[in-house]
Design a protein around this ligand. Sequence first.
Ligand SMILES: CC(C)(COP(=O)(O)OP(=O)(O)OC[C@H]1O[C@@H](n2cnc3c(N)ncnc32)[C@H](O)[C@@H]1OP(=O)(O)O)[C@@H](O)C(=O)NCCC(=O)NCCSC(=O)C[C@](C)(O)C(=O)O
Ligand SMILES: [Mg+2]
Length: 354
Amino acid sequence: MRSPKDFFRPLAVGAPDPVREIPFRPSRMIHFFDPSNEKMAAKVPSIAPKVDILLGNLEDAVQADRKEAARNGLVEIASATDFGDTQLWTRVNSLDSPWGLDDLLTLVPAVGHKLDVIMVPKVEGAEDIHYVDRLLAQLEAKAGLERPILVHAILETATGVANVEEIAGASPRMQGMSLGPADLAASRRMKTTRVGGGHPGYLVRQDPDAANPEAPRATYQQDLWHYTLARMVDACVAHGLLPFYGPFGDIRDTTACEDQFRNAFLLGCVGAWSLHPVQIDIAKRVFSPEPADVAWARKVIDAMGDGTGAVMIDGKMQDDATVKQCRVVAELADSLAARDADLAAAYAAASKEA
Ligand SMILES: CC(C)(COP(=O)(O)OP(=O)(O)OC[C@H]1O[C@@H](n2cnc3c(N)ncnc32)[C@H](O)[C@@H]1OP(=O)(O)O)[C@@H](O)C(=O)NCCC(=O)NCCSC(=O)C[C@](C)(O)C(=O)O
Ligand SMILES: [Mg+2]
C-alpha cells in the first residue's frame, strides 16, 4: 500500500497532479452511445447539449467485429465535437479482454484532453485500479496532458462487491461507481434475466388472516438491488466519490425506470445511465430535486440561522441535523440551476410561493 504521503504524487514523471477532491458537476444521466453505430453517432451533436454526461461505449453492446470501429469512431467524434460543459466519458473494454489495453493506448494520446472520465468495467479489486492508475499516468505524461483523467468503476461481479471499499479508496483518480446489474446477476448466479429493476418473484407476502386463512394475501415486490446499491453509496461517500445507479434495460417501461431511478436518487446516487433517448428526460426529472422540496429546504436553512438549536416549522422539528439534510437538497439544486435556466426559474418560483 502507498504511504498516505505519496498518495497524491503523480505516478509518472511529468503526469499531472492527482486531484484532491472530485469536482461535482451536474451528473444526472450518463448517456450511452455506440460510436460505431452511424445513426447514434450522427445524433451526438444534438444530444450533447441535452445531457450532463455523454459516454462513448466501447465494451458490451458493441459487437466484437465493431470494436475498432467504435474506438476510432470515438476518436473522430471527440475531435470534431464541441461538448460545451457536457462531460465526455468512455467505457473501455475490460482489462482481461483483447481490446482494453488498445482502447487506453489509442484514446489517451488522441483525445485524452477531451475525456473527463474513463469507466472501467468488471473491476474486482484495488489491483485493477492500480493498473489503470499507473498506465494512465504514463500515457498522460507522454501526451503532455495538464489535468488527470478520472476513473469510474462498474460494480458488476460478486468479488467487486466484496471489495467495494478498497476499490473506492484505491486511487485519488476514483471519481465514482455504477451498479452493473446484468453482469452482477450472472456473476452471483442470481436467477433474474432483467437488466436492473425489480422482479415479481422477489417479494414478501402479507400474513394470513387468522379468521379467514384462505383469503387472498397481498404481496409486495421488493428491490433486488437495494443491498448492493446501499453498500456502494456508503463506500463512495466514505471515499469522496459519486455513486450512480446503472442501466435500466426495459426501455419501454418508463414508469418502472422512473421508480428505480428515484429509489437510487433518494438513497444518495447523483445520476443513472440512459441507454435510449427516452430515458434522458426521466433521469433529468428524477435527479433534479423537486421545486417544493428545494423551497422547503431553503425555508429551513433560513429559519435555522447559524444552523444550531431546535425550531418548529409547520409542525415539524428542525435542528442541527435536519439543516444539513436541507443543505444537501439546496446545494444540489443550486449547482443544477446554474446550468439549467428552466430549473432555476422553477426553483425561484417555488421559493417565492413558500
Ligand atoms: C436498446 C437499443 C438497442 C434500442 O435501439 P433501437 O434502434 O431499437 O431503438 P429505437 O427506439 O428504434 O430508436 C429510436 C432512434 O433513437 C436512436 N437511438 C437509440 N438509442 C440511442 C442512444 N443510446 N443514443 C442516441 N440515439 C439512440 C436510434 O438509432 C433511432 O434512431 P432513428 O430514429 O434515426 O432511426 C439502443 O437504444 C441501444 O443500443 N442503446 C445502448 C445500449 C447500451 O449501451 N448498452 C450497454 C449499457 S448497459 C450494460 O452494459 C449493462 C452492464 C452495466 O454492463 C451490466 O449490468 O453488466
Ligand atoms: Mg456489464
